[in-house]
Design a protein around this ligand. Structure first.
Ligand code: GLY
Length: 398
């Protein structure tokens, strides 16, 4: 790096530190240190990602970047992460790139063959609209919500997750699908149409009834009969076994019922979220550093890969849950702080000279398919940044 580049980087970081510390004297210095680190990493990524039609998803075993077209379920996380970077730093370089990376997803608004609309469109266009009020983004979001609810089956009471494996499942619903409800609630608030609200509540109630075990751990996939509406069987797709607890599935459940309480103020969702949090945080196989193994019941613990993405989702959800709970606010906030500190440490945060531009190492995408094991994955970055923003905002008001 040339001296002039070093000077530029040093002066940029100093200006950022001054800006952040002047904007509110109570921002804690730890937050500033992490924000400075993420800004540096993501700036280098903007320059390095030359494929402007696809968004980064993960780093493959051979060290290569895997980018994905708009139809992939992860396509919205990179634009979403850039929107969060813009929100965290105020730097317009992130806004410009967030816009570019968001707008390549527009055609997904009409894609009705998957439930992943929330992940794709709400993380990208949703954050973009929240921050810019761009009316074009609003139209895309409304159309996306309209498309998503075409997958709702009133007999089952759920939105169908996948269309693949028709020989295996009649009407599969995965716990991940709770995350799409945020887009549906957004559409309800924008339009006032109670259809959206009722579909989200029906999906959440049916999932609460059929996905969860007595200890509040969740199955991954529930397969429904479309004639009777009954659950036929309960299985896994990305966990170790049908009866084990896939870490990211537990994380989606925690996040999902926390958002259900935010949107409805119905106490039963708060109870559900707190029980899921208790399952995760009290689990004997949760390591001391609070970053779960990829499955809580993986057979070779402690010699199993971790899933930093599950930790990032749990961390972000716990920050929100700390604002809703009656009795556990300090506990959830402390746990989330500890997770965020661990994720920001050298054990998980990518080194300055790492040969890639992701923030976090050590996520596991799909262990049974031998895919994305112990590598950087974009949704870990997205929820890590969301957690960081939530922490920063919580500490500003308290
Ligand atoms: N929604 C897919 C996953 O969590 O891997």
């Amino acid at each position: 790096m040339k001296i002039s580049q070093i000077a530029y980087r040093v002066s940029f970081v100093s200006i950022l530190l001054v800006m952040l510390s002047c904007s509110n004297t109570s921002i804690n210095t730890n937050n500033i240190t992490i924000i400075t680190k993420v800004v540096k990493k993501y700036k280098t990524g903007i320059e390095a990602y030359t494929n402007k039609q696809e968004n980064p998803r993960n780093i493959e075993k051979n060290g290569e970047l895997r980018s994905v077209a708009s139809g992939d379920w992860t396509s919205g996380f990179y634009p979403g992460a850039l929107w969060y970077m813009y929100e965290l730093s105020g730097d317009s370089i992130f806004k410009t790139e967030a816009q570019n990376r968001t707008e390549i997803l527009e055609k997904e608004k009409l894609n009705s063959v998957t439930h992943d609309m929330g992940f794709k469109v709400y993380c990208s266009y949703g954050n973009g609209y929240r921050l810019t009020k761009n009316q074009t983004y609003k139209e895309v979001l409304l159309q996306s919500a309209k498309t998503l609810i075409t997958r709702f089956n009133p007999t089952v009471g759920c939105i169908r997750s996948w269309d693949h494996h028709e020989d295996q499942w009649q009407f599969p619903v995965i716990i991940d699908n709770m995350m799409n409800l945020e887009l549906i609630f957004w559409a309800f608030h924008e339009t006032g149409d109670s259809t959206y609200y009722n579909i989200a509540v029906s999906h959440a109630n049916t999932t609460m009834k059929n996905h969860f075990r007595a200890d509040f751990s969740t199955y991954h996939v529930v397969n429904y009969d479309t004639i009777t509406g009954n659950a036929i069987n309960k299985q896994t797709h990305q966990g170790y076994g049908d009866e084990t607890s896939w870490a990211r599935g537990q994380a989606w459940g925690l996040y999902g019922y926390t958002l259900m309480y935010r949107e409805t103020s119905d106490e039963k969702y708060l109870v559900q979220a707190e029980e899921i949090a208790a399952f995760i945080l009290n689990h004997p196989n949760l390591p001391d550093d609070l970053i779960p193994y990829w499955d809580f019941n993986a057979p070779n613990i402690p010699d199993e890969p971790r899933d930093a993405s599950a930790a990032a989702v749990i961390c972000s959800a716990l920050y929100e849950l700390s604002t809703h709970t009656k009795n556990n606010a300090v506990f959830y906030k402390d746990m989330a702080d500890e997770m965020l500190n661990t994720l920001s440490s050298d054990s998980y945060f990518a080194a300055n000279d790492a040969p890639h531009h992701f923030l976090l190492e050590h996520s596991t995408g799909n262990w049974p398919s031998n895919s994305e094991i112990d590598c950087p994955i974009i949704y870990a970055d997205y929820y890590f940044l969301e957690a960081l923003l939530r922490k920063k905002n919580l500490e500003l008001i308290n």
